[in-house]
Design a protein around this ligand. Sequence first.
Ligand SMILES: [Zn+2]
Length: 250
Amino acid sequence: MLTTQNGLVLRQRSCGENDKFLDILTDGEGLIEVFARGVKKQNSKNASVSQPFCYAKFCVNETEGRTVLNSAEPIRTFFALSSDIGKFALANYFAETVLYISTREKPNNEVLRLILNCLHFLTLGTREPLLMKATFEFRLMSEIGLIPNLIGCCACLKYDAPTMQFDLRGGRLFCEDCIGPRDLSETEALDRRLLHYLRFIALTDMQRLFNLKVPKEYLEVLSGITERYCEIQLDRHFQTLDFFKSMTKR
Ligand SMILES: [Zn+2]
């Protein structure tokens, strides 16, 4: 049976001399594995759509228990990212993270929207890569149900304070009065601006999400916090992140 859906190629795996398996995040079925026959041949009509960071309308065929690529029409490609090793490394980190959290038959269109938007702005170059990293990491946690409680101090409900402690494992805030004597190795101190940025990324509409402006001096610390939150919540360290850092070390 032929079906059609829009999807973003996140990963390719070589199979024999001419074929590939593609992991595609689709809007209809979540993550799917697609067998792409002959696409490593240069004259294959599906060669260019069978590469990571191609967003296309894929027509696939369910046959003998596997999903086989029939044809595809590109909607938007992000291949230009490969000309900038730092951005390309970041895009690969996004892809690895989404592959890790996505499941088959469980579409999460907000996750697809998020990664498409992040790739779009990375390609366009109008947003700092570190801001896209922080936005991706923290918003992804919101979209998959790991949203922290950022409304106020979890003990006294205070909404605003010069400093709040963000408990990364518990996903909650403590004000300085309520933090008490505790192990602070998995907390981050947030000033008002950092807390505002985190609230904005976690809670604002997707349409407004990319309007956030963060001054350069805050980017590194914001990105460090979202990265730690993501790593602690997912209990996972991504090698593509190490590669991104090694490529962008100053
Ligand atoms: Zn409090």
